[in-house]
Write a protein that binds this ligand. Structure first.
Ligand SMILES: Nc1ncnc2c1ncn2[C@@H]1O[C@H](COP(=O)(O)OP(=O)(O)OP(=O)(O)O)[C@@H](O)[C@H]1O
Ligand SMILES: [Mg+2]
Length: 80
């Protein structure tokens, strides 16, 4: 279980940092907020609306490099 008994409210225009030891679930939480991962339980609400899946109202900068350097931009965009 990467995240358990975890609850967080962030106000509009509030700037927060999430700090914790390696493997405590920080990236997992951000993956779920961004819509890249689905939680097995629990929900995320943004502006009062249930957030599920990818959406244009959220941006996410990955911790590690996401593109494959040997692929073109178009090649990185298509996962075949
Ligand atoms: N795709 C995955 N499948 C299975 N377990 C995973 C996966 N991704 C992460 N985990 C596990 O989930 C837990 C939380 O990992 P996560 O990457 O969210 O931690 P983190 O807080 O971001 O750590 P770090 O500070 O090292 O970046 C760890 O035990 C990790 O091994
Ligand atoms: Mg991380």
């Amino acid at each position: 279980m990467a995240l358990e008994d975890f609850s967080l409210s962030i106000a509009a225009e509030e700037f927060i940092s999430i700090v914790g030891p390696s493997s405590c679930g920080k990236s997992t939480f951000l993956d779920i907020v961004s819509g890249l991962s689905k939680p097995k339980a629990g929900t995320i609400h943004i502006d009062g609306k249930l957030a599920s899946g990818l959406a244009l109202d959220r941006g996410f900068i990955m911790q590690g490099y996401a593109p494959f350097p040997w692929r073109t931009v178009i090649g990185n965009d298509s996962y075949d």
